[in-house]
Design a protein around this ligand. Structure first.
Ligand SMILES: N[C@@H](CCC(=O)N[C@@H](CS)C(=O)NCC(=O)O)C(=O)O
Length: 223
């Protein structure tokens, strides 16, 4: 069946971003990025239905039913939180939240944003939705336990590789730090993680006390 590619579908021109979100979910980093950039945007919360799935109207926007989704000012839709961070930060180079293409800082920035999305976020999904990773419900506890172990290993790698920071590329906060702080907040043992990983702790605290991010964190009841 032929489907019109998402980027060709034109919805009404809203002239501003619309972020489909849920409190505390993967939309928080994008919302925080908009706040730091002072970019006008609308937040549309996506409720869950009684069986925990996404409502039908939302599946038309994001067929996987996940948040976030982002409607761009031209009306087109994008999914994938890390891609949103890269795109929105690139649209505002003057703010310095994305290192310049071609620089070593850009390489590390892309490396850790992608690591966050592909490794840590993916493992968090195994931790919080273990039943989705096997056809046998009896496997859920073991899937969860292994995800927790994998997260400990993957955060240890990040903590060691990022250096003293306080941010991933040094003294300047980028969109990768905002994204990483969101992921850290989802830890199943946040006090333990912050105690064991001093570099991550510095990053997490520095992002959380940014004057434009703190209200977004509060609105989303971040720990
Ligand atoms: N790869 C996606 C993952 C998004 C995702 O899994 N979001 C979670 C919330 S953090 C979600 O919508 N879960 C609800 C569900 O899957 O039912 C992204 O980075 O945007």
């Amino acid at each position: 069946m032929h489907r019109t590619p998402v980027y060709d579908r034109r919805m009404q021109d809203t002239s501003k971003y619309k972020l489909y979100s849920r409190p505390g979910a993967g939309s928080v980093a994008v919302e925080a990025l908009f706040a730091v950039l002072s970019v006008p945007h609308e937040i549309q919360d996506v409720p869950k239905t009684d069986d925990g799935s996404a409502p039908g109207w939302y599946l038309a926007i994001n067929p996987r039913g996940e948040v976030p989704s982002l409607q761009l000012p031209d009306g087109s839709i994008m999914t994938e939180s890390a891609a949103m961070m890269i795109h929105v930060a690139d649209c505002h180079p003057e703010a310095g939240l994305a290192p310049k293409p071609g620089t070593p800082e850009r390489a590390q920035y892309l490396r850790w944003l992608t690591y966050g999305a592909a490794t840590i976020y993916a493992t968090d999904l195994r931790l919080y939705y273990p039943a989705r990773y096997s056809t046998d419900p009896a496997h859920a506890a073991a899937i969860k336990a292994k995800a927790s172990q994998d997260l400990a290993r993957d955060y240890a790698i990040l903590d060691q590789e990022m250096g003293k920071g306080p941010f991933i590329t040094g003294n300047t906060m980028t969109a990768a730090d905002i994204y990483t702080a969101m992921l850290v907040s989802w830890s199943d043992d946040l006090p333990g993680l912050l105690k064991a990983k001093p570099n991550l702790k510095k990053l997490y605290e520095a992002v959380g006390r940014h004057p434009k991010i703190a209200p977004v964190w509060a609105r989303n009841e971040m720990p």
